[in-house]
Write a protein that binds this ligand. Structure first.
Ligand SMILES: [Zn+2]
Length: 673
């Protein structure tokens, strides 16, 4: 029997032959692909010829081609359409692949060839893209410790493995605290809560066998409770429990783990030759240095704090009107803010939905790409991994550009959230390879014969993921390692968040946001309320976010604090955090930072990207045309087609003629003076 994952794909646009692939094919295909990759890498490392770019760096680019092809299919279906067999395979593959990755970066002969090329780089006559790929490849090895030997190498290995244990422990402690706490609600405690909260409280009570409705620390229950419960005493108890996660003493307390994690990260950075862990982490980011991150956050801090303080006065007045004396407390903010929102911005979601049909929003996202970049989208039939999946052939001037795959509906086999992945990435080293790009969402599937309807958040998500898809589809580079979205983490959300702005263009909404039954465009008042709702309570949201982002940064930018809680208090004290606002995530439950190091000294990056998307779209506003052809062309030539072939800051400068400023973000968040 031949394995369909390993044979050429004779399908439309060489799509994976999903109808022929069985779950039992994955493990043998991964095994074969890993052994092929190991053989290729050994051949490169042991090549008797002197190193050249082609026989070393370019050869490495191609060494894992089969593995990439098999895993692209596997992780595509494992995320979007899982089953117990695929979950078991994921558990099996993860240690195999991480061991393989470590083996490659620890291959001394291989690194010696790369280092040799690096020292001779100015004499190699490399193209700009080749020089970039060499730099990134070497940097990847160095950052994993390839230059260390002896006790330093041993110590780095020990530090990394202890950090992995600490990250897992942190997560498990947090889950235990979230699982253990509950607050029983008597029937009279339910008064004033909306039906959906009461239903959720009853369901949680039944699930936990508590004999009645309860509030748990699940975000989907505790946040609505803080938002809607008129009972101040209950809100206070709920808020205290919510903010005490990870610091309840005993076996699940995370404070000592946080201190040890920060100390070991500092040591890891020192072993690798960096001043601090933040210097190490930010080296690969567009921000580059802790100072640049601090500057950005502090520029937004003052206007955000001013806006939050003005809001706090309005909310305090509502509190006093309820006959409660004294200051507004953190457990009051969401409740009074919700009251104010209902009075000022009430938006009837049920009346809005018929105007946001999934199919019209897909058309809208395509129509914008046609106007901006000349892309055409033609549906076609081909092999798919689930009957809900739809395929489009993407062309420009008759030339095939990509296959776009849309998988929009929620189902039990799909993980939550929304994402974009390339099942095949664009590159030119192995021939002119066109990408297969998938957008996965979790929109509610309608009853048969009814149109699928979206919330405004859903529609934004659709545009967001399509922005990532454009970054993959318009990619025009030679080397796969820098293709499409293979860019710095604080740059990768620029194309996606930028694309969300086209949904807000009045001409787009008036053409595509039309009523499912009558075909009438959305009434102006509803449209205004919908757009205004997006910036409501931004002072609060910005303040709680920046407080967390700055604590994350300062923890990693200086010497590791012996007592992180004390350091956190100092940082917040210096900032002057308003009394009624807490951190979005405090240290003992800051999973972004302590569950692993993915977002450590990186929590700022959400705002970094938002600064850029607001500033980039402002270029179109300044041009007076959201579809300005010259700007659209420049956006493609710089940001969207270059992948990681050029430094992110340089790409942005090429597009905008300068680095981004915070003015457009402040305006977009309603924080401008
Ligand atoms: Zn995104």
């Amino acid at each position: 029997m031949t394995n369909p994952l390993l044979t050429p794909w004779d399908t439309p646009h060489a799509l994976p032959p999903f109808d022929a692939i069985k779950d039992a094919d994955f493990a043998p295909a991964v095994e074969a692909a890993l052994s092929e990759a190991r053989g290729n890498i050994a051949a490169i490392a042991d090549n008797p010829d002197a190193p050249t770019f082609d026989n070393t760096v370019a050869a490495l680019e191609l060494a894992e081609a089969t593995l990439g092809r098999v895993l692209g299919v596997f992780y595509g279906v494992a995320g979007a359409d899982s089953n117990p067999a695929r979950e078991a395979l994921q558990r099996d593959f993860s240690p195999l692949l991480s061991a393989f990755g470590s083996e490659v970066t620890a291959n001394a002969a291989l690194f010696a060839r790369i280092e040799d090329l690096w020292t001779r780089r100015d004499d190699l006559d490399l193209s700009e893209e080749q020089a970039r790929v060499l730099m990134l490849s070497r940097r990847g090895f160095v950052r994993q410790g390839a230059q260390l030997t002896g006790t330093a190498a041993d110590r780095l290995r020990d530090v990394k493995s202890r950090l992995a244990v600490l990250g897992t422990q942190f997560t498990q402690n947090l889950l235990a605290d979230e699982r253990d706490w509950f607050m029983p609600l008597a029937e009279e405690d339910l008064v004033g809560l909306p039906d959906f909260v009461i239903d959720a409280a009853r369901a949680a009570g039944e699930a936990g066998d508590h004999g009645g409705p309860v509030v748990t620390l699940s975000r989907s229950l505790i946040v609505p409770c803080l938002q809607f419960s008129p009972r101040r005493d209950l809100r206070q108890r709920a808020y205290a429990a919510w903010t005490a996660r990870g610091m309840n003493g005993g076996a699940t307390d995370n404070r000592a783990l946080a201190a040890e994690t920060l100390a070991l990260r500092g040591e890891r950075a020192k072993l690798l030759g960096y001043d601090s862990f933040a210097d190490y982490k930010l080296e690969t980011e567009m921000a580059g240095t802790p100072g640049a991150v601090r500057d950005l956050l502090m520029q937004v801090w003052a206007p955000a704090k001013a806006s939050a303080e003005a809001d706090a006065e309005k909310l305090t007045a509502l509190l006093h009107a309820d006959g409660i004396a004294g200051p507004l407390e953190p457990w009051d903010w969401r409740y009074y803010s919700e009251k104010r929102r209902q009075a000022e911005h009430d938006l009837d979601e049920a009346a809005l939905k018929p105007y946001l049909q999934l199919d019209r929003m897909i058309e809208a996202s395509f129509a914008c790409a046609t106007r901006l970049f000349g892309l055409q989208f033609e549906p076609f039939d081909g092999p798919v991994y689930h009957p809900d999946v739809r395929l489009w052939n993407v062309t420009r001037d008759g030339k095939h550009i990509a296959v776009f795959v849309g998988d929009y509906f929620a189902r039990a086999s799909k993980r939550s959230g929304a994402w974009c992945m390339a099942m095949r990435s664009q590159q030119k080293l192995a021939g002119d390879v066109q990408p297969i790009v998938v957008n996965v969402c979790n929109f509610a599937k309608p009853a048969a014969g009814k149109p699928a309807l979206l919330s405004y958040d859903d529609a934004r998500t659709l545009f967001h993921e399509f922005g990532h898809a454009l970054h993959q589809m318009l990619s025009d580079v030679t080397y796969e390692s820098i293709s499409g979205t293979s860019v710095a983490r604080d740059f990768v959300e620029l194309p996606s968040q930028l694309y969300e702005h086209w949904l807000e263009v009045p001409a787009v909404l008036s053409e595509f946001a039309v009523h499912a039954e009558t075909g009438a465009p959305m009434p102006q008042d509803m449209l205004d309320r919908m757009l205004n709702a997006a910036t409501y309570d931004m002072g609060f949201q910005t303040v709680e976010y920046i407080a967390s982002a700055l604590v994350d940064l300062e923890f990693h930018a200086g010497p590791p604090p012996a007592d992180p809680m004390q350091r956190q208090a100092e940082i917040l004290g210096d900032l002057g955090l308003p009394h009624a606002i807490g951190m979005r995530h405090a240290t003992p439950h800051f999973a972004h930072v302590f569950a692993g190091d993915g977002y450590s000294s990186g929590y700022y990056s959400y705002m970094w990207s938002e600064v850029m998307d607001a500033d980039a779209f402002a270029a179109f506003e300044e041009a007076g045309d959201p579809f300005d052809p010259a700007l659209a062309q420049r956006l493609e030539q710089t940001v969207l087609s270059s992948g990681g072939s050029v430094d992110a800051a340089a790409l942005y400068q090429q597009f905008r003629g300068r680095m981004p400023g915070v003015e457009a973000l402040l305006k977009g968040r309603g924080l401008a003076a």
